[in-house]
Design a protein around this ligand. Structure first.
Ligand code: 5RP
Length: 218
C-alpha cells in the first residue's frame, strides 16, 4: 500500500472512535482530508465541528458539516488530527501544513486527542522532521539565533502566510529528547506564536496505518 492508501485506511478506522452526534474537533492535512471524506461518505451525523484551519473548514462545509466558532464551544469530547511525527509516548511534531496554532487551540478544547497517521510518522526521538514554529515576522532573525544555540538550523518557509497572518520557521537538525521541557522553553521566547511540539497536548491514542493494517498506539 502506498502512503495515500494508508491515510485512507486510518481515516476509515477513526470513524469507530467518533462519538455519535457529538461536536467534533477536526485537524488539518491530507490524512484529515481523507477522514472528512470518510465521515461524509459514511453518512455520519455530527452536532457540529470545530475546525483548525480554513482548509478543513472549506472541506467540512462542502461535505455538509456545520463548522462552529471555537469561541462558542466550551469543550469537545474528541479532537482528530494527523501529525508529522509521533513518538511512543504520544508526543508529536505538527505544523507541516502551517495550521499548528489553531490545531493547538482546538486540541486544548478537547478531552482527548486521537492522532491518525501512517506508520512512517512513528519515531523514537522527535526532530527528524523539521520543527515548524509559527512566529511574528520581526522576530525571525533573533529566533533563528536562539535555535542555533540548541543546534537547530531555522529556515523561513517561503511564500507561506498562516491563517493568523504570521510566518513559519522550519527548524532542522534538532533532537527533541525532552518534548515537555522543550515546548515550555520555546513557548516563552518573544515572537513565538506556537511551537510545533505537541507535548502538553499529546495524543492520547494514535491509529497507525501500515502494511499489516491499522494498529493502535496507547
Ligand atoms: C498541519 C499538520 C498535519 O497534521 C501534519 O502536517 C500531517 O499532515 P498529513 O496528514 O498531510 O501528513 O500538523 O499543520
Amino acid at each position: 500500500m502506498d502512503a495515500a492508501q494508508l491515510k485512507q485506511l486510518v481515516a476509515q478506522a477513526a470513524l469507530a472512535h467518533v462519538p455519535a452526534g457529538a461536536i467534533l474537533g477536526v485537524g488539518t492535512g491530507s490524512t484529515v482530508d481523507c477522514f472528512i471524506d470518510a465521515l461524509a461518505d459514511n453518512g455520519m451525523a455530527l452536532a457540529g465541528t470545530v475546525s483548525s484551519s480554513e482548509r478543513s473548514t472549506a472541506r467540512l462545509r462542502a461535505r455538509g458539516y456545520t463548522v462552529l466558532d471555537a469561541s462558542t464551544v466550551e469543550r469537545l469530547p474528541l479532537y482528530i488530527d494527523g501529525a508529522d511525527e509521533i513518538d511512543y509516548d504520544g508526543y508529536m511534531i505538527k505544523g507541516g501544513g502551517a495550521a499548528l496554532t489553531r490545531e493547538k487551540i482546538v486540541a486544548d478544547l478537547a478531552d482527548e486527542f486521537l492522532c491518525i497517521a501512517d506508520e512512517s510518522k512513528l519515531v523514537t526521538t522527535l526532530g527528524r522532521f523539521p520543527l515548524p514554529v509559527e512566529i511574528i515576522p520581526m522576530a525571525a532573525a533573533q529566533l533563528s539565533r536562539r535555535f542555533a544555540l540548541l543546534g537547530g538550523r531555522a529556515v523561513l518557509r517561503q511564500g507561506v502566510v498562516t491563517d493568523n497572518g504570521c510566518q513559519i520557521l522550519d527548524v532542522h537538525d534538532l533532537a527533541i529528547t525532552e518534548p515537555l521541557a522543550f515546548e515550555t522553553e520555546v513557548n516563552q521566547w518573544p515572537g513565538v506564536v506556537t511551537v510545533g511540539v505537541f507535548a502538553r497536548h499529546k495524543a492520547k491514542r494514535c491509529l497507525l496505518g501500515g502494511a499489516d493494517g491499522v494498529r493502535s498506539l496507547n
